[in-house]
Design a protein around this ligand. Structure first.
Ligand SMILES: [Zn+2]
Ligand SMILES: [Zn+2]
Length: 399
């Protein structure tokens, strides 16, 4: 596979292009981050905050997982601007113990009101299987819910300003620093980057059947609010990372120091490259990254070392061994297979059909990543109280 000469991202990476020097467009875009007039951006942020402060019960909504980005974003808004936020968490069902503790510590230390919503697990399982069969991405419920639910809360509480964290310009080329774009988290971005192009209504239609009916109302938490409703509260939904430079390593050092935030192991990734604690909030991250590897021949270690290279914290030569050594089977795949109610062969068959050329996965590989310390603590299917009838029914038809 062709790879960027600098960050090693391969040609199977979404939105990637290479220039005549063999350097990718994401590397070029982040070079531009340095020439952005961040002073002027900060003034925009000052004006935005001034416009919305003290106008309703809360100054803003902060969607929050307890991961490094949302923790920094909450910390920054409360310390730098003394805002009174309503902190909202959509619980995807895969929260790891360290992240729960981090979140509790953070909320206590900062003193913020916190609202958590956990959707119906039986529906979550069915939706996971459907999204996996169609898009080999079982996270539809998470990636829809974390963006839709906080907006619904904004409407309900009449709080127009919503602050998200990291800008997409860091990780893809849907948006970039070069065009000097402020990233608005609007419905266009949601449909392009977040929900796999499947709306809540689509998903309901996909899994609802006479034999196995699904209550329409179960999809309300995943529904993007009507524009009319959003306009009524004069919503403004933005990424904090559009206004201040977003440096994962620095942000994470700040929250460790100021809030006692702790990092954790990340499945399949050597801990020495993930000191900043990327993706440690979700215990299904291992299988997610593994699927990406099976389809595209790169995974989380490559993405992390690519950041380090772009930010001058690693040389391309130092990154290479990590790039070459990933793709091991995560032990947590067994937990996922239990949720989906399918065998590993069925899993492989579905993933194999979506392989991105020219990558070709070697299915005879048997090397396993080390098991995470907390795997025994997670919910497993098939235990007490889990009846066979509530399992998702599998109709395997791979096209
Ligand atoms: Zn690159
Ligand atoms: Zn997720």
């Amino acid at each position: 596979m062709r790879r960027c000469r600098r960050c090693h991202l391969p040609e199977t990476y979404e939105t990637i292009e290479f220039d005549e020097d063999g350097v990718c467009n994401i590397c070029r875009s982040t070079e531009h981050k340095k020439v952005i007039d961040w002073g002027a951006r900060k003034e925009l942020l000052d004006a935005l905050v001034a416009k919305y402060r003290d106008k309703s019960d809360y100054d803003c909504i902060v969607p929050f997982s307890g991961g490094k980005d949302s923790t920094f974003q909450l910390y920054y808004l409360m310390k730098e601007y003394k805002l009174k936020p309503l902190v909202v968490r959509f619980n995807h069902g895969f929260m790891r113990p360290t992240v729960r503790q981090n979140a509790e510590r953070t909320l206590k230390a900062l003193g913020a009101d916190f609202l958590e919503f956990t959707p119906n697990w039986k529906l979550v399982k069915r939706v996971m299987l459907e999204a996996f069969k169609r898009k080999t991405d079982f996270c539809w419920h998470c990636h829809s819910g974390i963006y839709t639910y906080p907006l619904q809360v904004a409407i309900r509480y009449n709080v127009p300003l919503i602050f998200w964290g990291e800008p997409l310009a860091e990780i893809s080329h849907y948006y970039d620093y070069l065009n000097d774009e402020i990233e608005y988290e609007d419905e266009a971005k949601f449909n392009m980057c977040r929900n796999l192009g499947i709306t809540a209504e689509d998903m309901h239609g996909m899994i609802n059947s006479p034999e196995d009916p699904v209550d329409r109302r179960d999809f309300i938490p995943y529904t993007y609010p009507a524009l009319k409703e959003l306009k009524r509260i004069q919503y403004c939904s933005v990424c904090l990372g559009s206004f201040i430079p977003w440096d994962y390593t620095k942000n994470s050092e700040i929250i460790k120091r100021e809030l006692g935030w702790e990092t954790d192991e990340l499945e399949g990734v050597p801990s020495e490259i993930n000191g900043h604690g990327e993706k440690i909030e979700c215990f299904m991250q291992g299988p997610r990254d593994y699927i990406k590897y099976m389809k595209r021949g790169y995974s989380r270690s490559t993405q992390i070392t690519a950041f380090h290279v772009r930010n001058g914290r690693m040389t391309p030569e130092q990154a290479l061994p990590y790039v070459m050594n990933e793709g091991k089977r995560p032990p947590s795949l067994d937990v996922l297979l239990g949720y989906l109610g399918i065998s590993e062969d069925e899993f492989n068959t579905i993933v194999r059909a979506t392989e991105v050329s020219p990558y070709h996965h070697d299915y005879s590989r048997t090397d396993e990543a080390p098991r995470l310390w907390d795997q025994d603590l997670w919910h497993k299917e098939g235990g007490a109280g889990d009846d066979e009838a509530s399992r998702p029914r599998v109709f395997l038809k791979v096209v």
